[in-house]
Design a protein around this ligand. Structure first.
Ligand SMILES: Cc1ncc(COP(=O)(O)O)c(C=O)c1O
Length: 312
């Protein structure tokens, strides 16, 4: 690992395991723990550092001076990338989905403040950008520019995600994770012990394509994972009163903040599945908190959600 990346990592806090106590869990005789990647860093929190770390190492090792990537106006990925780029002396460019905003979202204000150059692209152009996966595949790259696909969905990301799995020293039966591109799930599936089931929860509607995406990222076939597609609440970044009140109640009882786009939906799903007897009594489940709390600032703006806020 390059010295400037190690230097940046020095300020990271440990990702603790917090046990959740709840009468429902006692009744079901299930132990539920949250792996607190949200506590890793005030900005590059959750799965962001896990996914970015080895990609940034790659870019710097190749002598690149700029990372170009893509995301929505509330993108956790662009937010973390812009900050990391500033810390590492890498220039960053963000291709942002949708037309130029007259007032920037809090996320875009931050990324601009950290030096990211923004270029707004139409939704059609944005969708087309998803075909470029390899770091050198984006046709508009200038010399010394490194392409990072949406959500940092690159094979190199899996190595960083595997590190979170290796930090867990207690035995457990299932590891749960919210899914956007499926990259975090792929990293986990490739790294957990053989007896552990990996359960993903899609944050998007019509997300069946995720199964193929995960398979394509995995170096070897794994049969230990499954993505539940039923808890999208109408689509990406959509919420309803039931989800909102679940999150408020959960936060009040546990003092663990959840974002409504990813971890809120996952925790809602877990509680619902518990009630339906999905898990066997005596099982120990770990849910990964993937961070994303900065994106919560956008959720108050209902209109922008409806017009396609994208936290990926
Ligand atoms: C907070 C948060 N959680 C979960 C995810 C989903 O991760 P992945 O795209 O690796 O499936 C994302 C998107 O990257 C995210 O921002």
């Amino acid at each position: 690992m390059l010295s400037n990346l190690l230097e940046l990592e020095k300020v990271f806090k440990p990702s603790l395991l917090t046990q959740i106590n709840d009468p429902l869990l006692e009744r079901c005789r299930i132990e539920l723990w949250i792996k607190r990647d949200d506590l890793l860093h005030p900005v590059i929190s959750g799965n962001k550092w896990r996914k970015l770390k080895y990609c940034l190492h790659h870019a710097l090792s190749l002598g690149m001076d700029t990372v170009v990537s893509m995301g929505g106006a509330y993108s956790n990925h662009l937010h973390a990338l812009a900050y990391a780029g500033k810390q590492l002396g890498l220039k960053t460019v963000g291709l942002v989905r949708g037309e130029q905003l007259s007032v920037l979202t809090p996320t875009l204000c931050d990324v601009q403040h950290w030096g990211m150059a923004l270029k707004f692209v139409s939704r059609t152009e944005y969708r087309a950008l998803r075909q470029y996966r390899a770091f050198d595949s984006f046709p508009d790259l200038k010399p010394q520019q490194y392409w990072l696909p949406e959500g940092g969905a690159q094979v190199l990301a899996l190595k960083g995600v595997a590190e979170l799995v290796n930090e867990i020293t207690m035995p457990y039966d299932a590891l749960c994770v919210p899914c956007g591109t499926g990259t975090t799930l792929a990293g986990i599936a490739g790294a957990v012990p053989d007896n552990v089931a990996v359960l993903g929860f899609a944050a998007l509607k019509n997300a069946d394509f995720l199964n193929a995406e995960v398979e394509a990222l995995l170096a070897r076939p794994c049969h230990n994972w499954k993505i539940n597609m039923a808890y999208h609440f109408g689509g990406f970044a959509k919420t309803n009163a039931s989800l909102t009140s679940f999150i408020e109640d959960f936060e009040f009882k546990t003092k663990v903040s959840l974002d409504p786009v990813y971890t809120g939906k996952m925790m809602y799903a877990l509680y619902d599945l518990l009630q339906k007897g999905y898990f066997k009594p005596g099982q120990r489940i770990i849910a990964l908190h993937t961070g994303g709390l900065q994106g919560k600032r956008g959720i108050v703006d209902e209109k922008s959600i409806r017009t396609g806020a994208d936290g990926r």
